[in-house]
Ligand binder design. Structure first.
Ligand code: PPS
Ligand code: MG
Ligand code: MG
Ligand code: MG
Length: 358
């Protein structure tokens, strides 16, 4: 595969996600060992802040003029010195094993104040102009806390269009042909787990082992969605949290399509990665509230990875996700992601079931 454009962006995105994942994995396993105090500001906060600081440091070093939309902000750190130094302890020790790769990311962050400042560089309002990165340092916080799936997510948008996406899923199997899985379990090791999905617009999507650093951005294995001719045999992925996607509507849609298998509940954009490599087929996110606006960092990387794997991604009205409005997908409602050939049929069933609410 030749990447005439965005090769550097893809390389830096992959390495930045890999470095941040080293930090999130440490927090994930510390928590599983009971070494992180639950009365503390919560381990997820530590992981989120640390991963966001490391990713922004890498972007700032390589693309200093680019804008950044990231989920977290530093207000809590500024008022809590303990929290700040706990995060700094994690951040200052986290680096890629490969010195050349680490140097490409700019090496370590200078000091604790620089770390706090970096976190707030993710405060861009987003929009339709120029180069904007979207970061979700830990997507699927609740999955992260309960030993389930989570993802480290990074995407580059240019003029509101997603060009590059990288998704680190530490708890998904490396093997693209493995069955759908909800997590690695609290006491399991990482062995065989940790996958990095990436995509460049117009150049397809790949997967590779998250823990193996490779300076060649094109070194991954191409992935594609499963070709399904019989929708009754399709596998559905949905959120674990009923508050994020309606389980009742999902069940009614499955029934309408003649699907008998229960849907696999999985946290985070691991759902997008899983369907992109054919481990599952369809991801539905069905609005629970009339007012909730989806965040761009929850979807940007996954949207591109699925579309570059032969999928189509729209909202429940059949409209493509619009990343050009700001920090939220203010122009969309819900998500319907499916192989291109069956997307229309799935959307029809979604609209029939939701018709009362549309
Ligand atoms: N009400 C509501 N509706 C829809 N989405 C919401 C809602 N509230 C929160 N969020 C966002 O959901 C993100 C995680 O989504 P998942 O599908 O991974 O969630 S789940 O944990 O499996 O339920 C989660 O991302 P993280 O905060 O990064 O975990 C939130 O941005
Ligand atoms: Mg998220
Ligand atoms: Mg998050
Ligand atoms: Mg969050």
């Amino acid at each position: 595969m030749i990447l005439p454009k965005y090769e550097k962006e893809l390389q830096i995105a992959q390495l930045a996600v890999q470095r941040a994942s080293i930090l999130t994995k440490r927090v994930f396993h510390e928590k599983a060992k009971g070494t992180v105090d639950k009365n503390d500001k919560s381990p997820v906060t530590i992981g989120d802040f640390g991963a966001q600081a490391l990713i922004i440091a890498a972007l700032q070093h390589n693309f200093p003029d680019d804008a950044i939309v990231a989920e977290e902000e530093s207000a809590k750190l500024k008022e809590d010195a303990n929290l700040r130094s706990t995060i700094w302890d994690l951040v200052k020790d986290t680096k890629l094993d490969d010195p050349a790769a680490e140097a490409l990311l700019g090496g370590p962050i200078k000091d604790i104040d620089a770390m706090v400042e970096l976190i707030d560089r993710g405060n861009s309002p987003g929009g339709s102009q120029g180069r904007i990165w979207a970061i979700d340092p830990i997507d699927g916080t609740k999955g992260f806390l309960r030993g389930g799936q989570y993802a480290v997510c990074l995407a580059l948008m240019i003029d509101g269009d997603v060009k590059v996406g990288a998704l680190g899923c530490p708890n998904l199997p490396i093997d693209d042909s493995a069955r759908l899985t909800t997590g690695i379990g609290e006491n399991q090791t990482d062995e065989g787990h940790g996958v990095l999905f990436s995509a460049v617009q117009g150049h397809g999507a790949t997967s590779r082992a998250l823990a193996t650093v490779n300076l060649d951005a094109e070194a991954g294995t191409p992935i594609s969605m499963r070709a399904i001719d019989d929708l009754t045999k399709a596998n559905f992925c949905e959120s674990v949290e009923a508050g994020h996607s309606s389980h009742g509507d999902q069940a009614a849609i499955s029934q309408k399509l003649g699907i008998t298998e229960p849907s696999v509940r999985m946290d985070s954009q691991a759902k997008y990665g899983s369907i992109a490599r054919g481990a599952g087929d369809i991801y539905l996110r069905l609005p629970v509230s009339a007012t909730y606006q989806e965040k761009i960092w929850d979807h940007a990387a996954g949207d591109l990875i699925v579309r570059e794997s032969g999928g189509h991604v729209t909202d429940i009205h059949g409209k493509r996700l619009d990343f050009s409005i700001g920090r939220t997908l203010a122009g969309n409602k819900g998500v319907v992601a499916a192989p291109l050939a069956v997307h229309g049929k799935v959307l029809e069933a979604v609209q029939e079931v939701l018709s009362a609410k549309l």
